[in-house]
Write a protein that binds this ligand. Sequence first.
Ligand SMILES: [Zn+2]
Length: 151
Amino acid sequence: MTCRTEVVERPSTEVLSVCTVVRVSTSPPGRENSSDWPWFADMVRYKQKAELPSKKEGADRIRSMAPSYELVDGLLYKRSYGGPLLLCLPSEEAKTVMTAAHQGICEAHQGAKTLAKKLIIQGYYWPTMVKDCVEEVLRCSVCQMFARKGT
Ligand SMILES: [Zn+2]
């Protein structure tokens, strides 16, 4: 019996990167209310430095939600029920990932609930993901062409 060995010089599959993830390390002064400030910045600051927002409601909210989040190598993850840790995405990158999953290479054009579940299974999270997926499907001309009318 002979054994044949083949040396592969480069990976047989290509790595496809759809987005880069922003690491939030410190808070730049005066940017907290701007639209490009990630929704999870307060949680990252609490996890890293135990600093809470100055308003009481904000501080209570962060403290009560903190057990659901975990900081790993500077990236924030949300715990899912029995599933993997979900990477928290800022809104701009969430849109990139969502569009790639819906209209990207596979062009699955699945419904909003299926799209949201697919993104969770792939390990992503942001608080408005279901609402954003509904809007993505409503914006998609291919989905609207085949949408059932009057339902
Ligand atoms: Zn579509």
